[in-house]
Design a binder for this molecule. Sequence first.
Ligand code: BGC
Length: 465
Amino acid sequence: MPKFNSDFVFGVATSAYQIEGAWNEDGKGKSIWDTFCETEGKVARGETGKVANDHYHRFESDLDLIREIGAGGYRFSLAWPRMFPNGDEQREQRGFDFYNRLIDGMLERGIKPFATLYHWDLPQPLQDIGGWENREITKRFADYSAAAVEAFGDRVEHWAPLNEPWVFSWLGYGNGYHAPGVASIDAAIRASHHTVLAHNQAFKAMKAVNPNIKVGPVLSQMNPDVDDIFDPDQMLAARVMDATGSKFWMDGLFKGAYPELAVKHFGKVLADVMQDGDLNPVANDWLGINYYCNARIGHRVPADHPTRVRIIDEFLGYAVEGASVGKLTDMGWPITPYGLEDLLVRWTREYPDVLPPMYVTENGVAYDDDINQFGRIDDARRIEYLNDHLLAVSSAIERGADVRGYFQWSLMDNFEWAVGYAKRFGIVHVDYETQVRTIKESGRFYSEVIKSRGDNLTRTITEFA
Ligand code: BGC
C-alpha cells in the first residue's frame, strides 16, 4: 500500500556554497566561507568551495539528474554574495540571472522549487561589521529577502529565510568550528537572538512584496536520548540541550518567548540584545525540520565531533560521558530513525495551536561507498537509512503529524563544510577530478520510493546499542 499521498512532496536538497563553485565569477563577492576556507587549519586538507561540484556551470545537467531520479521538489539555496556582493544595496544582476535560469530550469522539468535564502554564506563585508552579532544584519537580511522575492516570487512559492540557525550561531560564533570562526558563548547567544529577529523581519518584508508566497523556518533538530532516566544530571542535561537547541527557536518563533532554561543560562546576554517587539511571532506557513540523528546523553560522544551534547558539556558544564554508542555513520553520528518520528509527533502535541504543516527539509547520511568493478555504487547502508527514516515519517503521519514533504540530503556528494569532500552524503556520486556524476543504488531506491509513494519501504529492525 502506498504510504504517502499524491500531494506529498518527495524532494532532494543542496546548498549554494556546497555545490556551486564559481566563487569569484560574474561579480560574486566573497562570503565568510571563502574566507574561512583560506584560513589555515580550518577545513580538512585545506579544501575549499572554490570549484566544489561546479554546479554553477553544470546546473542544467544536475537538474536533469533530479528529473531522472523523479523528485518532485528541489530545495536549493541562493548565495547572498552572488546577488549583493557587498551585502549592501549594490546589486549584481548576473547573480540574479543565474537563479532565474536555475528556477526556470526546474519549472521546465516539472520540479517544484523550495528556496532557502541563507545557507551560511554571509557576504564577508557584513562579517567585517560583526556578522550575526550585529543587529544591523537583520535589516540587511530583510532587504535582501525582499529583493529575492521580488525577483523570483512569481515562480517560487516556498521560502525559508535561514537554514539551521542553531548550527551557524553555535558552531559559527560559539566554538568557531564553522565560519566565521568566532569562539565565544556570548557571541553565540547574540547571534541566536538575531536569527529569530531576522526571521521575523524577513517574513514581513517578503510577504509585503508578495503575500501569496509561503514562508517558514528551517531548524536542525534532535531529540535527546537519555541513557539513564533515573540519573538527575543526565535528565537535566537533556532538558538544557533541548531548551538551548530545539526549543530556543520553536518557542522563540512560534510562541514569542524563549524557554525558561535558556533564559536562566543566557538571560543577561539576551537582555542586552533584545528590544521590545523582537519576539512578536509571525504566522509561519510551514516548518522545516532537518533531522540526522538524536543526541545521546549519557553515551560516549566521539571526541572530535562538536555535537550538541558536547556543546552543552563544554559551555555549560553538564557531564554527559557514559556508555558507548552503537553503529555510527561516517560523521560519527548514531542512527536513530525513531527520533524523527518522535520529533514530528512531539511538536504536533506540544505546539497544537501554532504549529503549521511540517516538511522534513533535510535527512540523509554520509558513507563513502565508492564505484565497484561493475561501475555501480552499492550503498546498501544508505538505502537502509533512507528506508527506516521514511518509515518513521510515515508512522508519524499515521499518528497525526501533518507532514507534507521529505527532502533527501543530498542530491549529490558535496563540500561538507569543515570536513571537506571526504564525507559523502549524496544519492549521486561525484568524482571531483572529472566532475562525473553517477546515480548510486540509493538514488535508484529513492526513485522507486517516489514512484510507488513508499509502497517499496520495508519494515526492518535496526540494531540499536
Ligand atoms: C546542513 C548541511 C550539511 C548537513 C550534513 C546540515 O546541518 O544544513 O549543509 O551538509 O547538515 O552535515
